[in-house]
Design a protein around this ligand. Structure first.
Ligand SMILES: [Zn+2]
Length: 89
């Protein structure tokens, strides 16, 4: 058996968030930037709930770091871009 590295820990410079401003450390856009969103989708694949949990934790941390940004704006920015799940409803 060959152990596969987990894709959940990308190398430095790979569009990580830079606290406390929550701007991308690679391209300087508001995090999650467009390249990072694509990376997250690729990393988590069909595991939308895992991705939601991860982004929710980022959102919670960002709302503490960015008290002047309205919560609705942060929520749109961190989780509003997520594709809708394939729920039957
Ligand atoms: Zn970026």
């Amino acid at each position: 058996m060959i152990a596969q590295p987990t894709p959940h820990d990308p190398p430095p410079g790979d569009h990580r968030p830079a606290s406390p401003a929550w701007l991308c450390a690679t391209c300087g856009a508001e995090w999650p930037c467009a390249p990072r969103r694509d990376l997250l989708i690729a990393e988590y694949g069909p595991d939308r709930s895992g991705l939601s949990v991860y982004l929710g934790a980022c959102l919670a941390a960002a709302s503490e770091d960015l008290p002047d940004v309205p919560g609705t704006a942060l929520r749109d920015r961190f989780v509003g871009w997520l594709p809708r799940g394939r729920r039957a409803h």
